[in-house]
Write a protein that binds this ligand. Structure first.
Ligand code: SF4
Length: 511
């Protein structure tokens, strides 16, 4: 005999005498409560300053900030999806107090009202976490990752192509001037070829006028006339455009036409696997106990030129530098090592040869400059067969960031007759060895720190402190491309992402 089926009561529109509130329906330890409590406790005066007053009433910035932070916490980055969540999701309804701002309001708040003030919100959250003992602002770990810009991948301006276009213009003007000289050589007193120190619209206009005067009343073939007309019509405008583009480039090698602040760089997580350069930003973070304590966005594709700006921002935000900072080998330049020393930061900062110099092959190669004995008292280097190498002078050179390095050169005598010459070096004259003494001293100090007990501890901690944050942002939070454009927009988005990351981690710890 078939047993009786029993269903649970299902009365869809049943009225309730005491309907539950949203607050009652939300779990006590849900992350939305952490977002609410933390933002309630912040001083948002700097945000209120951005409201002028007058006109119609505005949505409360505290509510909009809570909605944005919670959206980023649960991987909602689109303002349209936030608008939908405010009408469908009880967590959003509870946070917003049933307010339903539309996507335009949410977007305007995100791009305009948070500009220049989100950093203060972020630092207040970090200081609160520090005061609760959840992180340590004195010991930090720094690393960077590249995130794609919200820009077209195929419309770009390339610094090198501007340079070659300008060279082509110079060449064509020189050819026309040579032609003008050849057909007017009897009357023309100016016989010098054209030399351009710098090609700009004024120089082009002057040159065209010069060519026009020289060929006036002369029979000029139609092809040359056509060329001259093309030059007159196009070159000045082209150079004006190049000047504008160079001002946007500001020393970068490229920029995107749809987001001029974004630079083309190679991304690590290249899902197309075609090594194509994409417009993006180099996002630097410092962490402590897997919380983000500092973030900054840069246009350089490599990490070492971003470090000093990143650390100065840390000082601006908290009023001091971290006592200890640990990084990978992408940061260990002479400029950065010196900066840390001068700022009193104990830097566990690997330099680029840190791993290779520990290999057997490197240690046993007595011809390498790093393995030659140097006596600082006599300022003499000893070559692999024991010959003294004397100081033959010091030259200064500047790095791309403008940092001055001093390179001293040493040379022995009589390399030509040395039986080991073929193993030692290739040139015909006596070997010259270049030494950067300041860099070598900084590397020696860094090596000692890195191999110390504390150094090993921080190096281990680095890989489980800062690196998992990028894994979380990109894999768990699926944040692989910005949604806003320009440095100010991307800074706001990364700030929201950083606050959301920190609050989610805080919620996890308190559970
Ligand atoms: S080639 Fe010159 S530098 Fe090299 S080992 Fe011989 S003497 Fe020394």
């Amino acid at each position: 005999m078939k047993k009786r089926v029993v269903f649970k009561p299902y009365i869809q529109n049943q009225a309730s005498a005491f309907p539950p509130t949203f607050d009652e329906m939300i779990q006590a330890n849900h992350p939305v409560r952490v977002v609410n409590t933390v933002i309630e406790g912040l001083n948002l005066d700097s945000l209120l300053v951005n409201y002028k007053g007058g006109g119609t009433s505005s949505y409360h910035p505290k509510m909009l900030l809570k909605v944005l932070v919670y959206s980023y916490l649960i991987n909602i980055y689109s303002s349209r999806k936030m608008e939908a969540a405010l009408q469908e999701n009880i967590h959003f309804m509870w946070l917003s107090g049933m307010n339903t701002p539309d996507h335009n309001t949410l977007n305007r708040f995100r791009t305009d009202k948070l500009q220049g003030v989100l950093e203060q919100v972020f630092t207040q959250v970090v200081i609160m976490l520090h005061e609760q003992g959840l992180l340590n602002l004195k010991q930090t770990y720094t690393d960077g990752t590249k995130i794609e810009a919200h820009a077209n991948r195929y419309t770009f301006v390339w610094g090198k192509s501007i340079k070659s276009s300008k060279e082509r213009i110079e060449r064509q003007l020189q050819e026309l001037w040579s032609y003008a000289q050849s057909i007017a050589k009897e009357e023309l007193s100016d016989t010098a070829p054209l030399v351009f120190e710098q090609i700009d619209p004024t120089v082009v206009e002057d040159t065209i006028a010069k060519i026009d005067t020289a060929i006036a009343d002369k029979p000029v073939p139609p092809k040359v006339k056509q060329k001259i007309n093309y030059v007159k019509k196009n070159f000045v405008d082209k150079l004006k455009k190049y000047e504008e583009q160079e001002q946007i480039l500001k020393g970068r090698n490229s920029y995107s036409k749809t987001d001029p602040d974004a630079t083309f760089m190679r991304m690590k997580d290249d899902h197309m696997r075609n090594s194509q350069l994409k417009p993006g930003y180099n996002c630097q973070i410092s962490s402590s106990n897997q919380f983000i304590v500092n973030y900054s966005l840069h246009h350089q594709a490599v990490d070492y030129p971003t470090y000093i700006e990143h650390m100065h921002q840390y000082q601006k935000w908290y009023g001091f530098m971290p006592e200890v900072n640990t990084t990978d080998a992408g940061y260990g330049s002479e400029e950065n090592l010196l900066f840390c020393k001068q700022e009193g930061i104990t830097a566990f900062m690997k330099y680029n040869s840190f791993y290779t110099e520990q290999t057997k092959k490197h240690k046993q190669n007595r011809f390498l400059q790093a393995n030659l004995h140097y006596d600082p008292e006599t300022d003499i280097l000893t070559c692999p067969v024991g010959k003294p190498m004397y100081n033959i002078g010091t030259r200064a050179k500047r790095t791309t960031s403008g940092f001055k390095q001093y390179i001293t050169e040493y040379q022995p005598e009589g390399c030509a007759s040395c039986p080991l010459k073929d193993n030692c070096f290739k040139a015909k004259s006596d070997r010259i060895v270049s030494m950067n003494h300041r860099l070598n001293n900084l590397k020696n100090e860094a090596r000692n720190r890195l191999h110390s007990e504390e150094g090993i501890k921080h190096r281990r901690q680095r890989s489980i402190d800062v690196e998992p944050i990028f894994g979380n942002l990109k894999q768990n939070k699926k944040f692989k491309r910005f949604n806003l454009r320009g440095k100010s927009g991307t800074n706001i988005e990364f700030g929201l992402l950083a606050i959301a990351h920190n609050l989610k981690k805080m919620a996890k710890i308190s559970n």
